[in-house]
Write a new protein. Structure first.
Ligand code: NAD
Length: 463
């Protein structure tokens, strides 16, 4: 770990499994409570200078961090594949490293400006932006590096200091990231502690952390909110999704198959804003199912270190078992398996791309977030009914509408209850567009000016 700018070994360790083999491939330090306190103290000390550091210096530090990420991209990508399973190629580890550097630069380029609310004979009123203090960051295992960047960079740019805790399933790229960041930043500005869910709970309850930024499951998000209540921490919660896509009757199944496929199966479906339920008009149902299953047969699933692989294994055994249970239940309850449907016959947590037709709306695979490579395709007769079914979820992260008539698709999209809507694509994110969920997918946004603003408090100055 890195605490106060120095390496921090731990007395205890836990094994981390490579999902490609299903075997432990390395030991990770397990932070004690004292080490968490030490990390928070280091961040608090560093905050005194960092909050007063000129913004241009902070910008330059982020740019330097981006350069370091670019220089170390290939070994970092390999480490990411080892711990996460995703392929080096396709929308995999190299893509994630590229995104991490690009997001860091984009965050460096944002503007931090005070706002003059009034300036007249009656006086001047200025809205200042002030950093909050110590930010605690907790990240999941699906995009461990990218999500760490999304938390850490805006927090730093705004003048906060950070203690980050990665998922115990994928701790190593974050440990390495923080090591690298400490080459560009003063000691204590970014600290990393590793450990299990209890460590996350202690962070959320910690009296000297001012804000938590959490990305993970809805259940853990609720727990973070509960643990944070006594200290009334600011929160950004990016939680689970069960995104719906609606194909309109004028769509061409062959033309949309590839976009639908990657919208659903990016990172083996282990993506918060992936397409997780697809609604298709009855007249196109067979053709869309065939086109999806046909495209799936062209995509190679295999060892992430193999340059030919486009998708890797499911990341961990718990997720693998959950996925298998959902697909088995779908088969028992009348689902038709169009491709996949059984674990692959090899070591590790490999599950093939699976498309399932003919399920009822109350099937577990439709209602729950599968977070894996299995997509239910559901038919509809009436568009209003499809919109109502898409919205009949406690989640509200993203949604998509598919049609050559973009204006009409956008109109339907606006009726979806979610934080982001896409036309003829699903899951696209950019550093210049805020991203976040509604309903139980969380609150607060990341990216762009609006995302940066979550790391300030506003101080109103009358003078
Ligand atoms: P998870 O909630 O199990 O774990 C995420 C992190 O939270 C880990 O670091 C874990 O150790 C920690 N944690 C677990 N319980 C905690 C508790 N009670 N208090 C504090 N910390 C705790 O999630 P996961 O399985 O790693 O990730 C998958 C989930 O993340 C999916 O639901 C997915 O949709 C969601 N996700 C959301 C977004 C988004 O931007 N909305 C992005 C990626 C992933």
């Amino acid at each position: 770990m890195t605490i106060g700018g120095a390496p921090a070994p731990a007395a205890e360790a836990f094994g981390v499994v490579n999902p490609t083999s299903g075997e432990v491939f390395a030991e990770c330090p397990s932070a004690s409570s004292d080490q968490l306190d030490e990390a928070v103290r280091a961040a608090r000390r560093a905050f005194e200078d960092w909050r007063r550091t000129p913004d241009e210096t902070r910008q330059a530090a982020l740019d330097e961090a981006a350069t370091l990420l670019e220089e170390h991209a290939e070994p970092m990508a390999r480490l990411l594949t080892l711990e996460q399973g995703k392929p080096l190629n396709g929308l995999g580890s190299r893509f994630e490293l590229g995104g991490a550097a690009a997001w860091t630069r984009a965050t460096a380029a944002l503007t931090v400006a005070e706002e003059v609310l009034q300036d007249n004979d009656a006086g001047k009123i200025v809205l200042k932006k002030k950093p909050l203090g110590v930010v605690g960051s907790i990240t999941p295992w699906n995009f461990p590096l990218m999500i760490a960047i999304w938390h850490v960079m805006p927090a730093l740019r705004a003048g906060n200091t950070v203690v980050i805790k990665p998922s115990p399933y994928t701790p190593f790229t974050t440990l390495r990231l923080v090591e690298l960041l400490n080459e560009a930043l003063p000691p204590g500005v970014v600290n990393v502690v590793t450990g299990g869910d209890d460590l996350g709970k202690r962070m959320s309850a910690h009296p000297d952390i001012d804000k938590m930024v959490f990305t993970g499951s809805i259940a853990a998000g609720r727990s973070v909110m509960r643990s944070s209540a006594d200290t009334l921490k600011r929160l950004t919660l990016e939680l689970g999704g069960n995104d719906a896509g609606i194909v309109l009757p004028d769509a061409d199944p062959a033309a949309i198959a590839e976009g639908l496929f990657w919208g659903a199966f990016i990172n083996s479906g282990q993506t918060c804003a992936a397409l997780k339920r697809l609604y298709v008009p009855d007249a196109l149902y067979g053709d869309v199912c065939d086109a999806l299953a046909g495209f799936a047969s062209t995509v190679r699933v295999g060892d992430g270190l193999d340059e030919e692989s486009m998708l890797g294994p499911v990341q961990n055994e718990r997720q693998f078992d959950k996925l298998r249970g959902l697909v088995d239940d779908a088969k028992r309850t009348g689902g038709t398996v169009l491709c996949g449907g059984e674990p692959m016959d090899r070591s590790g947590y490999f599950y093939p791309v699976t498309v399932i037709a003919d399920l009822a709306d109350d099937a577990a695979l439709v209602v729950e977030e599968q977070f894996g490579p299995a997509l239910p395709v559901l038919g509809y007769t009436d568009l209003d009914d499809a919109v109502a079914r898409a919205n009949a979820s406690t989640n509200g992260l993203g949604g998509s509408v598919w049609s050559p008539n973009v204006a009409q698709a956008a109109d339907v999209g606006e009726r979806l209850e979610c934080g982001t809507v896409w036309v003829n694509k699903h899951g696209a994110i950019q550093p210049n567009a805020p991203f976040g969920g509604i309903k139980q997918s969380g609150f607060g946004v990341e990216f762009a000016q609006q995302g940066l603003d979550e790391y300030f408090y506003g101080q109103v100055l009358f003078r």
